[in-house]
Ligand binder design. Structure first.
Ligand SMILES: C[S@@+](CC[C@H](N)C(=O)[O-])C[C@H]1O[C@@H](n2cnc3c(N)ncnc32)[C@H](O)[C@@H]1O
Length: 310
C-alpha cells in the first residue's frame, strides 16, 4: 500500500473533506476531484511567493479556503460537525497546543468522521537526538493555552536538530554522519525572539516514535481530554508513521505496559526492523508457555493412546 492509500484508507471520501496545512504537497487535491476545503497559514498566492525559490512544484499549491491566524477551525470556517474527513500531514508536531488542535478538528468533524495524520518518526529525521515527548508536556501546554512555542522548546530545537549524510530526513536503513543543522547563535537568537517579542517560530514542538504517539492518544482519551480514539495505525515507512483517529475508533488493542515496553524498544533502536524484532520477541515471550504445553499435551495424548487396550 503506498503512502497516499495509507493516509486515505479509513476516510469516507465520498463526503466533504478538509485538508489542514497541505502547502505545496496536498494529499487529496481539488484538482484530482476530491471534495475538499483547505486551511493553511497563507493564501495560495502567498504560498507560491514563499516557495518560489524552493525546489518544489508550485502548481501543486491549491486555492486556500481559510487562511488560519490562530483561531479555532470552527470559528475560522464557520462550520461545526460538518466534515466527513480531515487530513493533516506533518502538521500536528508543529502545533503549540496539540490537544487544542485535536479538539479543533473534532469540533468541525462529524461524529462518524475521521482524521488521518502523517507524523514524522523522530528516530529518522532531524529530531533524532531530541527526547520523546511525554504526556505531561502536552497536558501542560493545553492547560497553559499555548499559542506560541516556548523559548525552551525553541532553544532545544535549534541546539539539537541534525542532518544525516546531508539530509534532514532518512529511511531506517540509512547510514552516514550526523551534523548539527544550527549554531549556538541560532539558538540564542530564537530564544531571544520568543522571550522579547513573543514571536511565533515554526519548530517541531513534539517528537514521537509511533507507539509514544499511540500511547499519548490512548491516555488523552482515558483522561477525558479528547473524544477521539485510534481507528487505524500504519507503522513507520521511510521517516513517517500514520494514524487515523475518530470518535468511533476502538483505540489501541494493547495494554499500557505493553506499549511502554515497545516504546522502550523503539527508543533503543534506530532501526525499525530492530524494534519490530524486539516487539515480536516480546510477543513470543507471551505465547511461549502455550508452545511448551503443546508437546506435553501431545505426549499425554500419545501416552493415553498407547495405554488403550486392544
Ligand atoms: C511541514 S508543513 C507540511 C506540508 C504538507 N502537508 C506536507 O506533508 O508536506 C506544515 C504546514 O502546516 C501548517 N500549519 C502548522 N500548524 C498549523 C495549524 N495549527 N493549523 C493549520 N495549519 C498549520 C504550516 O503553515 C504548513 O503549511
Amino acid at each position: 500500500m503506498d503512502r497516499k492509500k495509507r493516509i486515505l484508507s479509513h476516510l469516507n471520501l465520498s463526503g466533504q473533506g478538509l485538508e489542514i496545512g497541505p502547502s505545496h504537497s496536498p494529499i487529496a487535491p481539488k484538482k484530482e476531484g476530491y471534495r475538499v476545503h483547505i486551511i493553511d497559514h497563507m493564501s495560495r498566492e502567498q504560498l507560491r511567493e514563499k516557495y518560489k525559490s524552493h525546489q518544489v512544484e508550485l502548481s501543486n499549491i491549491e486555492d486556500v479556503d481559510f487562511v488560519w491566524k490562530g483561531e479555532s477551525y470552527a470559528d475560522l470556517s464557520g462550520k461545526r460537525k460538518f466534515y466527513d474527513w480531515i487530513i493533516a500531514s506533518h502538521v500536528i508536531e508543529h502545533t503549540p497546543d496539540l490537544i487544542a488542535f485535536l479538539i479543533n478538528c473534532d469540533e468541525v468533524l462529524k461524529d462518524d468522521g475521521a482524521i488521518s495524520l502523517a507524523i514524522p518518526d523522530k528516530r529518522f529525521c532531524f529530531d533524532h537526538f531530541r527526547p520523546i515527548t511525554g504526556l505531561g508536556q502536552i497536558i501542560d501546554a493545553y492547560l497553559q493555552k499555548n499559542s506560541l512555542h516556548s523559548a525552551g522548546t525553541v532553544a532545544e530545537y535549534f541546539l539539537n536538530v541534525v542532518s544525516r549524510a546531508g539530509s534532514i530526513a532518512w529511511d531506517p536503513y540509512a547510514s552516514g554522519e550526523y551534523n548539527s543543522v544550527h549554531t549556538l547563535e541560532d539558538a540564542r537568537n530564537g530564544f531571544d525572539r520568543v522571550m522579547a517579542k513573543k514571536e511565533y517560530i515554526d519548530v517541531h514542538a513534539w517528537c514521537f516514535t509511533p507507539h509514544a504517539f499511540r500511547l499519548i492518544m490512548h491516555d488523552l482519551h482515558s483522561l477525558g481530554l479528547i473524544q477521539l480514539r485510534e481507528v487505524a495505525f500504519f507503522p513507520t515507512e521511510g521517516f513517517e508513521f500514520y494514524i487515523t483517529l475518530g470518535r468511533r475508533g476502538n483505540g489501541v488493542n494493547m495494554s499500557r505496559l505493553d506499549m511502554l515496553k515497545i516504546i522502550e524498544a523503539e527508543a533503543a533502536s534506530g532501526l525499525s526492523w530492530k524494534s519490530a524484532a524486539q516487539a515480536l520477541d516480546q510477543l513470543y515471550a507471551r505465547v511461549r508457555p502455550l508452545a511448551v504445553r503443546l508437546p506435553r499435551w501431545v505426549k499425554a495424548l500419545v501416552r493415553w493412546a498407547a495405554r488403550r487396550p486392544g
